[in-house]
Ligand binder design. Structure first.
Ligand SMILES: [Zn+2]
Ligand SMILES: [Zn+2]
Length: 274
């Protein structure tokens, strides 16, 4: 099935992605333990909601953001309403509630004691009622950004490898079919098309090894076979989380073995400045 168009809350997502990248060094095992059950199920075989989504959702809380805006003395209800409209527009949600009419309202002083306040509160309640949906749309937007950042992914999956190592007994107990005799997560027998397509687009059909960078699109002649590589190898307690994969050519993958490739910032830009 082809990828469908989707409204992506990119502006909100970029801010969240920035937080995720900034705090990655501080992520530790106890943070990952909080989402343990979900993370275990997402790293056995590729899942569309990845362990990275779980990590990003730690920093995304629309309710808390609104609480903070309401507490912030320099803001009035007009500012808060602006934030609400911007957020809902980004996630493509239009509740059709009556707008506050700030311009014709004689009550200034932030509109905290007039009809405007009640009207804005209805919008706030709408957000609170749809909190989960809004948060998960913004998280998925942020994922679109960090999924391109191989340095971030390498750091994240090094931490996730500690999690795999630490919880191996529990993973084995719950998913013994997916664990090898050497206590590592098993290679999956096939990769879903949504994942291989995503990797192909993200990596621009190019081998991820910075020293190779060969073209794997095979438009005219098939010279290179595409291999799907674990960024952190399974042998090093890597996982099958959908964000732990990249494209390699057959030559690079065969010679790589269980080594970890240095994460490189090399990529294909929209255009070159020079
Ligand atoms: Zn008012
Ligand atoms: Zn290569």
């Amino acid at each position: 099935m082809a990828i469908k168009d989707e409204h992506l809350a990119l502006s909100s997502g970029i801010i969240l992605a920035g937080k995720g990248v900034r705090y990655i060094e501080e992520l530790d095992l106890s943070d990952l333990k909080e989402g343990k059950d979900y993370i275990i199920s997402s790293i056995i075989k590729p899942n569309k909601v990845t362990a990275v989504h779980m990590y990003l959702s730690r920093f995304q809380n629309i309710n808390e953001e609104i609480d903070n805006l309401l507490k912030y003395e320099l803001l009035d209800m007009e500012d808060i309403f602006e934030f609400i409209l911007k957020t809902l527009e980004e996630v493509n949600m239009y509740p059709g509630l009556p707008d506050p009419n700030f311009e014709d309202c004689p009550h200034y002083e932030g509109h905290f004691n007039c009809k405007c306040y009640d009207k804005v509160m209805k919008w706030i309640n709408y957000i609170r009622d749809n909190e989960q949906k809004i948060n998960s749309l913004i998280v998925h937007s942020a994922f679109q950004i960090v999924f391109r950042d191989k340095k971030f992914l390498l750091k994240f999956h090094k931490k996730l490898a500690e999690f795999v190592y630490y919880f191996m007994d529990e993973i084995d107990e719950r998913y013994s079919d997916n664990v090898t005799q050497n206590d590592r997560i098993k290679r999956v027998s096939y990769y879903p098309k949504w994942l291989t397509d995503a990797l192909f687009y993200r990596d621009m059909g190019t081998c991820s090894n910075p020293e190779c960078r060969c073209d794997l699109s095979n438009l005219i002649r098939s010279q290179n076979t595409i291999h799907i590589d674990h960024i952190i190898p399974l042998k090093k307690y890597g996982s099958n989380d959908a964000s732990n994969f990249q494209l390699l050519c057959e030559t690079c993958n065969t010679s790589k073995g269980a080594k970890i490739l240095e994460a490189s910032s090399i990529s294909v830009p929209f255009w070159n400045l020079e």
